[in-house]
Structures are given as C-alpha cells and as structure tokens.
Design a protein around this ligand. Structure first.
Ligand code: URA
Length: 229
C-alpha cells in the first residue's frame, strides 16, 4: 500500500497533510524513513510522528475488543454521554469503525468494534444465533420461577413474539446469568421487566467466544478475526 494511503488509513490526516508530514521528514516507520510502499499492512507497523508513537491498526480489516464502561453511548453521535469510540486513540476518531450491535449506555462489558462490515453483518444477523452472555443485577430478589419464565419464553412489551433465553441461572437471588442468541432492542431489560422484575445493572460477559476478562473497564485491545468466530 502506498505510504500516503497507509498514513491516511491510520487516521494521520488528509492526503495533503500526510504528504506535508512526509516531505518534512516527520514520519518514521519501524524506526526508519518510510518506504514508498508498505508491503505488509496486516501487521501493525511501528509508526512515529515527530518522534511520538502513533498506534496502528492492521489492514484491511481490524477487530477491537473493548471492555465498555458505564455511561458511554454505543454511537458515533452520542446524545447524553461520550461515545465508546472516544475511548480509542485520537488518530482513530475519524476512521470508519463500527460497533457490532449496541450496548445501552449503562451496560458494561464486551463490545466488538470493527471496520469489517461483512463480519459485523454475520454477527448481528439473527439467523446466525450468536450467543450473548449477560450478568444482570436484579432489583427484586428472584427464585427459580424467574429462570423458568425466561427459558420458557416471555412476551415483550410492544412485541408480539415471545423470546426465550437459552439459559438462565441465579448466582445469588439478585444476580442472574443469562444467555440469549437474539438481539432485540433492550432485550435483557425487557425480558426481565416482562417477569415483573427490573435490571439495576447489566454486564455483557461474553459475545460468542469473546470475553473481556483480561481488560479493565474502558480498556481495549486489537484481536485477531479467529478470536471472534
Ligand atoms: N439487553 C439490554 O437490555 N441492554 C443491553 O445493553 C444489551 C442487551
């Protein structure tokens, strides 16, 4: 890939800006003057600008696992809270990075971000039944009746189809481990509301094979596609 295109694709700036940076000898790749072409874009290069390390993304596709904190919106145009994308490096803010599905502003946990539209579509298409695991803290202590209701299927408010959890297990009377393979709007909160209880905190602990146990809240890491599916 041409060096200017490469710098642009890393969010360094417009074509004009990148040309000027190169002409001013302000960019280094792997500690050296940049070559005209980057041969291996799939491997993140060590890029410095004015001696400062710039994070780089593998190309053409990258996958970023984020441990989402509360009070961040899964949106490029947030209304009440900052965007989850603001947790990424500054240079990546204007790149085409999308979230795979959405977590509510107050939901924490596993969120995948990517520029791979095809994989995003695959992971969010209901017929592919990607399993999502949640830990819900409940307002009212519950018993096995709640678990049975959830796995038998509940009718969501404003919906005419029942949805059932794959599994529901109480860890304590107020902590529920729930697995679902569909992804309707506010699904977990609505399922639990349909059982006359309420979610006071929700954490997604797994999305398919992905977990974020190794990441503090707000932290992210680049992962391989193979880790996703
Ligand atoms: N279900 C919800 O209700 N909220 C989320 O953020 C995710 C699943």
């Amino acid at each position: 890939m041409n060096i200017i295109k490469y710098l642009q694709s890393q969010g360094i700036g417009s074509r004009k800006v990148c040309q000027a940076l190169l002409a001013g000898n302000r960019v280094q790749i792997n500690g050296e003057m940049p070559p005209d072409e980057i041969a291996d874009t799939a491997t993140p290069q060590r890029l410095t600008l004015d001696g400062e390390n710039m994070p780089t993304l593998p190309l053409p596709h990258f996958y970023i696992l984020l441990n989402k904190p509360a009070n961040f919106e899964t949106s490029h145009k947030p209304v009440h809270y900052p965007s989850v994308f603001s947790l990424l490096p500054k240079t990546w803010q204007n790149l085409d990075i999308q979230a795979v599905g959405r977590l509510d502003a107050d939901t924490t946990g596993v969120l995948l971000l990517t520029n791979d539209g095809k994989l995003n579509h695959f992971l969010t298409t209901p017929k592919n039944h990607i399993v999502k695991t949640y830990v819900a803290t409940l307002k009212h202590p519950a018993d096995e009746t709640l678990c049975r209701q959830l796995t038998d299927g509940v009718l969501l408010h404003d919906d005419n189809e029942t949805v059932a959890a794959l599994s529901a297990q109480l860890r304590t009377p107020s902590e529920l481990l729930l697995k679902i393979d569909s992804g309707k709007y506010h699904q977990v909160r609505r399922m639990i509301a349909a059982c006359s209880n309420r979610v006071v905190h929700l954490q997604r602990t797994a999305f398919g094979k992905l977990t974020a146990d190794d990441l503090p809240q707000g932290a992210w890491r680049i992962i391989q596609k193979e880790e996703v599916i």
